[in-house]
Design a protein around this ligand. Structure first.
Ligand code: CA
Length: 241
């Protein structure tokens, strides 16, 4: 999940970025309205956190432009004052939710998760695929109820696929949504990452549809592998080291 944080106050921007990165997202920061406007049109974000009071161009006009051009990513607006006029204007301009400053980080994270869920039509903070459960609240994955030790990158991949709800994601799409910088986006590294993750959770859950990409399957939803994927994975992967 790739999040755009639009905030001109450097320390607030950095602390939001650090918090979202701890929770399984990657973050880009825009420090003014022009930069935000540009990034919103050129990058494919899973959500945007948008401060309204910005240099060079105000947040509301940036948001209106995005919406007019059908940039439909969910947007959480940050308002400096807790005035009802700001909220009304923000929502009318196309915001999905708002948060008044100063705010508590756990509330920002909860609202961020909620707008992403609603945008994708998901009802719960826990996403299940057979024995696999992705707990977005705690940025954790469980297999048959047991937490799986995952690197941040492994979790980001799993979390992204979980939010797609069985719809395949092409490798290029995965690169864009789970790696921080363009320099890290490497198809070979992605293939190696998927191999490692399959060892941990089983190849029956992370599947590939030729020409379409990777997706998560509930184990029983289509021709399951002959060996239960969970058991096979544990034996091969985690016990070697
Ligand atoms: Ca501001």
């Amino acid at each position: 999940m790739r999040i755009l944080i639009v905030e001109d106050e450097e320390d607030i921007a950095r602390s939001i970025a650090a918090a979202v990165e701890r929770h399984g997202y990657i973050a880009d920061i825009a420090h003014d309205g022009e930069e935000a406007h540009f990034l919103g049109f050129t990058e494919d974000y899973d959500a945007v956190i948008l401060d309204l009071g910005l240099p060079r161009r105000d947040g509301l006009s940036v948001l209106r432009d995005w919406r007019q051009e059908a940039r439909l990513f969910p947007v959480l607006v940050l308002t400096a004052r807790d005035s009802w006029q700001d909220k009304v204007e923000g929502i009318d301009a196309g915001a999905d939710d708002y948060l008044a400053k100063p705010f508590e980080m756990p509330e920002l994270l909860a609202r961020l998760r909620a707008i992403i869920r609603r945008h994708r039509g998901l009802g719960s903070a826990r996403l299940s695929f057979g024995p696999l459960e992705v707990d977005t609240r705690h940025a954790q994955a469980l297999l048959s109820g047991q937490p799986i030790p995952l690197t941040p990158l492994e979790f980001r991949l799993l979390n992204y696929l979980a939010h797609k709800q069985g719809e395949p994601a092409a490798r290029s799409e995965l690169l864009e949504h789970i790696y921080g910088t363009e320099a890290e986006r490497d198809l070979n590294a992605l293939d190696a990452l998927i191999t490692r993750l399959r060892r941990k959770i089983g190849s029956g859950i992370i599947r590939n549809r030729r020409g379409h990409g990777y997706y998560l399957a509930s184990v029983d939803d289509e021709a399951p592998a002959s060996t239960p994927p969970a058991t096979r994975a544990t034996r091969k992967g985690t016990h070697e080291a």
